[in-house]
Write a protein that binds this ligand. Sequence first.
Ligand code: C6P
Length: 406
Amino acid sequence: MFDVARIRADFPALSCPVRGKSLVFLDSAASSQKPFPVLEAMERIYRQCYANVHRGIYAFSEEATLAYENARERVASFIHAPRREEIVFTRNTTEAINLVAYSWGRTNIRPGDRILLTQMEHHSNIVPWQLLAQEKGAELVYLPITDDGLLRMDLLDSLLDERVKLVAITMMSNVLGTINPVKEIVRKARAMGAVVLVDAAQSVPHMPVDVQDLDCDFLAFSGHKMCGPTGIGVLYGKASLLEAMPPFLGGGDMIRRVEWDSATWNDLPWKFEAGTPAFVEAIGLGAAVDYLSGIGMEKIAAHEREVTAYAMERLSALEGLTVIGPPAHQRGGVVAFTFRRIHPHDVAHMLDMEGIAVRAGHHCAQPLHRRLGLTATVRASFYIYNSPDEVDRLAQALEHIGQMLG
Ligand code: C6P
């Protein structure tokens, strides 16, 4: 039994009234709320042992360093990374993908090479590759989607030829909710000698993810979407690849020895962590990982499937409402839709008046919206603390908006 009421009690922000109503927070795909254990873990460092990490030969610094490296260990085991050195802390998914584009990409991509993406990528998994392709004379190729937002897997083999050096795909779309067959894509791509990066911004927070089982080369995600703080993200990379890559940023902590005109690099993962890291945030992420593991990722995924299926049923029944993307059994907790001819921003604004927070716009996926013949959608996204009652509140509010606007 998934006890939503008990989980909600862990999230102080959820009991803050909004516009005189109880809050219905349906925008966790943008960023999730934070539970007490995460807030407390960060406060403990600031109050009890705050000092810079990897630098001080004194108790506070040693304790903070230990907590920071311990958070790395917990993140590694959360995604089943074989070695903790394969976990590089970044600011977010976007920075993790850019790190690979700058460091691996600039070393390995040559004129005429191809980078294979899909039509459902977030801008963070498009623009870094555009910059790289423009600089290197490489070409971007997109695996098309069907009208219901599934990947055209029937076209994969024909697009995956020896020119493709990198495949960069999202595990779950932030707009369609589609969960992609990443393991199969990785197997085919690796058989062709391509390196695979998985954008796991929407999957790691919501379902079990095992990098060894996927066998991907890189995987990127953000702490703030999984109950952790902002300013901390993760790049998982296979050690053999990370070892061979040049640094991304230069500065303190990432070096072994510095001469006037040259330097040598620190070991993994610190080679990629220049400057004072966001160590308090990393410690908060470690607490978030413990919190989610305590509930169980299988249970979280099952709960979100249930709420999403209910939301699709309730919303699809509303006159003039069109949900985009695949059926509930092929998606995670994201439901984007259009409602009559009402502008998505107006829908979101009117829902806000009822204390319901949703996102409206292109959700950082303009090419995908264009492919669907849309400029914007309204998006409700669900997490551990959302209940079917909140779906009812959303459906009732939409019905009311429909009646008001005719
Ligand atoms: N999507 C959304 O509302 P950052 O901003 O770096 O933490 O995450 C970027 C990102 C990358 N890939 C996918 C699939 C994503 O969904 C996101 C973030 C948020 O959908 C904010 S635009």
